[in-house]
Design a binder for this molecule. Structure first.
Ligand code: PMP
Length: 320
């Protein structure tokens, strides 16, 4: 399904009509993968539309850029404001997916040109539903272990959310879908579990939550971090560790986390049922705590919800 167009995209500091937010075919990023990006969600909460962990996503965008020596020509506060503005100006009252991207644009060609190409920055937002399907939240999804491994340490840094890393994700996800699975899990090059093509992974074994450590080629997911904090609140022990592949088959419960995937149970791996083959009780508790942040059942002790002034959007739209 194509992205449902909204009226405006924030592009290099200005709001421009959706169809005008275009780049040159010789942009550096298109040829060499030199872009970093984020994915955020805004939720319609009882107190209004709020962006989830906006500051943390913006920090990760700047961290990803730092690794690739991309100098974003805006301050983090300006990117935060751009995210709020795109939600507001497009009237996304029901919630949204927000996509900031920063990239080496059109300039000199060459992998490491003498003159740095201009760094372009865009923020788009649109309405988006469940990533892994509507039923998946309760029913869980069927996944496989991919024949493609994740990037080896000291090759492409997994902690950077850089577009080039998503070539690995594409291989993993395309293979999984071709074989009839909802998603694929990549192993790290030491053969231990890394993560899904676009999701972190948690296992429940004997009441303890296990998740691969950052040293196993995983992105430091913001939903992963959220789940770790919520689990601590719920008195559930969490361990970041090396996860052998076979533990995927022997786990009592398994679930994915991610901005797009939210908290999605995994009911089978390689056609072997995980636990009872349906969402388990720990996963359900974590889901309730997580989704509770957006419907008011879970107190936002951390200040994770960044409320958007939707009237500001109407003012900008009228002025523009
Ligand atoms: N791993 C990968 C490879 C991803 O693309 C994502 C989605 N950003 C995640 C994990 C989950 O990260 P987050 O919870 O910050 O969305």
């Amino acid at each position: 399904m194509p992205i449902p167009a909204t009226s405006h995209i924030w592009f290099n500091g200005k709001l421009v009509p959706w169809e005008k937010a275009t780049v040159h075919v010789l942009a550096h990023a298109l040829h060499y993968g030199s872009s970093v990006f984020e994915g955020l969600r805004a939720y319609a909460t009882p107190k209004g539309v709020a962006i989830f962990r906006l500051g943390d996503h913006t920090r990760r965008l700047f961290d990803s850029a730092k690794i690739y020596r991309i100098q974003i020509p805006f301050l983090p506060a300006q990117i935060d404001a751009a995210c709020r503005e795109t939600v507001a100006v497009n009237g996304l009252n029901k919630g949204a997916y927000i996509r900031p991207v920063a990239f080496r644009g059109y300039g000199e060609i060459g992998v490491a040109p003498k003159v740095e190409p201009p760094i372009e920055v865009a923020v788009a937002a649109w309405e988006w539903g469940k990533y892994l399907g509507h039923e998946s939240e309760a029913e869980g999804v069927d996944v496989c272990v991919s024949s493609w491994q994740r990037m080896a340490p000291n090759t492409l840094p997994a902690m950077a959310k850089a577009s080039g890393n998503y070539l690995s994700s594409q291989l993993i996800s395309l293979e999984a879908k071709r074989l009839g699975f909802a998603e694929g899990i990549g192993l790290a090059t030491d053969g231990t579990v890394s993560e899904g093509a676009g999701e972190n992974l948690f296992l429940v074994k004997d009441g303890v939550l296990l998740t691969p450590a950052l040293s196993h080629s995983v992105l430091g997911g913001i939903t992963r971090n959220t789940v770790m904090k919520l689990a601590a609140e719920l008195g559930i022990e969490v361990r970041e560790c090396a996860v052998p592949r076979e533990l995927l088959y022997l786990a009592d419960e398994l679930f994915f986390t991610g901005t797009a995937a939210e908290v999605t149970p995994v009911r089978s791996v390689d056609r072997l049922a995980v636990g009872s083959g349906r969402r388990g009780p720990v996963t359900e508790r974590i889901q309730q705590a997580f989704f509770g942040l957006f419907d008011g059942r879970t107190e936002d002790k951390w200040g994770w919800l960044d409320y958007v002034d939707m009237r500001a959007g109407a003012r900008v739209a009228v002025a523009g």
